[in-house]
Write a protein that binds this ligand. Sequence first.
Ligand code: SAM
Length: 247
Amino acid sequence: MTKNRSYEKEVFKTLEEVKIIENSSNFVVGMQDSYRHKGMRRQLVKVVESKGIRNQAVLDAIGKIPRHYFLEDSALIEHAYEDKAFPIGSGQTISQPYTVAFQSDLLNIKPGDKILEIGTGSGYQAIVLLELGADVYTIEYQKALYERTRRFLPQMGYNANFFYGDGSKGLSRFAPYDKIIVTAGAPSVPNALIDQLKVGGCLVIPVGNAKTQQMLRITKTAENKVQSETFTDFKFVPLLGEDGWKK
Ligand code: SAM
């Protein structure tokens, strides 16, 4: 599994958790990745592929990551491999796998790319990015989700750089980024995100109203120049914060 250096100063793993991780790659704090789960995952990959995703690295990541680990409600675990969004607490959702695959594909990630993700949520999208070889910086607005995910991902053997705050303004401290992904629906494209991109980099962001958003890929072609491409419609939870929707 990909292991990236974390900027977090605290030590999150308890000794017990570390023992579990080291003892079995198939077992994370009380959850098991059974043959049945793996079988359901293979079916999910077929579904995502049938909807038009051809990027093999993205499909491999979807096929590898145990999505049932990410659902907060154990009653939903049986449904974890349906191509649907599910609640993860704090009124937020884990995105539909097809949506995760679509955004990941648009980013065209190269190993070593420095990526900013706005909306850590469950951490599932962050793991897909890590599996693609990215160095991931991810920011979450909901404290409880930030706390949970920054502890949970290392338990699974993955490390991103986790931040708590308003990502609608990006994360200027670590800019510039090769690519930026926004996993919540924005009312418009925040200028700060374009500013924090490298020339040649791109921003993938759903923009629209509260009901539906169009996926945009905005490529920074020169210091003061961008090129915008539009894709199909999606439905995301709102991007909150200063440059997002006001509560
Ligand atoms: N990438 C997430 C995943 O894989 O689970 C998707 C989570 S959900 C669709 C979108 C997330 O964006 C939510 O967790 C929400 O709290 C977060 N969010 C909304 N506005 C935000 C903001 N201004 N800054 C950071 N995160 C924000």
